[in-house]
Write a protein of this length. Structure first.
Length: 305
């Protein structure tokens, strides 16, 4: 039956103060089972005794009432209740015509004992030629109203379906924005941690190099001092030359150490700049993604409007 299919596929929008969904679903399930069993009296009884409680975010009251009224009209039309009423009206009209004809025939019989005249014969001829009028054919307004209500229910269901789909898309966009924000924050945090780790490693390496250079310089300085002390007594001039050479060598080593330290420091600075560049690129990527999502949300909002 078409009414049972309407009940199975019914969809209602939600309102702040509507019918309690559990009550409506129970009545729909009961009606579907009764329609399948072709128990018309029980269907009409359930429709007459329905009583729905109210709840926040419940089913739309107008949509539920429209569906049940259309279903009730269809049940009455399908099982002949509307036809019975029409037959009863036709029978009443026919009985009224028969009663009218009986009155005319009675008048003719009363006058039969009197002498027949042309005036008396004229009504008799009129009675013999009278034909009962054909019953008036009326349009099935109940079926038409049921079809209109079914169309309203279908349109309401489509509106509810579209609203649910738009809400789901908006929720998905919100989740995507949240996930993108989380990923961008994680990328920025990871880049910052990597930059800090590189800076710490470079600083530690530079400190180790400086410490090693100082140790080597001290060791060589001590060696040169010992050599100069050993030959000082015999070769004063040579010791002076060697001392100058040693000091020159120390200066060169210190210059090399400082140059090496400068190179390491410059490399560390370059790595820090690269890390800052990665952080800036991650931020730009985040802004680009956020703009894209915002544009998509505006497009969806215009479609939903």
């Amino acid at each position: 039956m078409l009414g049972a299919e309407i009940l199975r596929t019914a969809m209602f929008s939600r309102t702040p103060d509507g019918y309690r969904p559990a009550d409506v679903d129970d009545v729909l399930d009961a009606l579907i089972s009764l329609v399948d069993s072709e128990s018309t009296e029980d269907v009409l009884r359930v429709l007459a005794e329905r009583d729905f409680g109210t709840a926040e975010n419940g089913y739309n009251v107008d949509q539920v009432d429209a569906l049940l009224e259309a279903f009730e009209a269809e049940v009455l039309s399908a099982y002949g209740y509307a036809d019975d009423e029409a037959d009863q009206d036709v029978e009443v009209e026919v009985e009224a015509e028969v009663d009218a004809e009986g009155e005319v025939e009675g008048e003719v019989e009363v006058e039969a004992g009197e002498p027949a005249t042309e005036e008396a014969a004229a009504p008799s001829a009129a009675v013999e030629l009278a034909v009962p009028a054909a019953p008036e054919v009326r349009p099935d307004l109940g079926a038409l109203a049921a079809a209109i209500e079914r169309t309203k229910v279908t349109v309401s269901g489509l509106d509810a379906f579209i609203a649910n789909e738009v809400a789901a898309i908006q929720a998905a966009c919100d989740r995507q924005v949240a996930e993108t924000n989380a990923e961008c924050e994680a990328a920025i945090t990871a880049a910052r941690e990597a930059a800090e780790a590189l800076l710490a490693a470079a600083t530690q390496r530079a400190a180790e190099i400086v410490e090693k250079s100082d140790a080597e310089a001290d060791t060589r300085r001590n060696d040169l001092t010992a050599e100069l002390a050993a030959v000082r007594s015999a070769f004063d001039e040579e010791l002076a030359d060697q001392r100058r050479n040693a000091e020159r060598r120390v200066a060169e080593m210190e210059a090399e150490g400082e140059a090496h330290l400068a190179r390491v420091t410059e490399e560390a600075r370059k790595r820090c700049d690269e890390a800052d560049k990665l952080v800036d690129e991650a931020r730009e990527l985040r802004e680009t993604v956020l703009r894209s999502i915002e544009n998509a949300r505006e497009a969806l909002g215009s479609l939903g409007g």
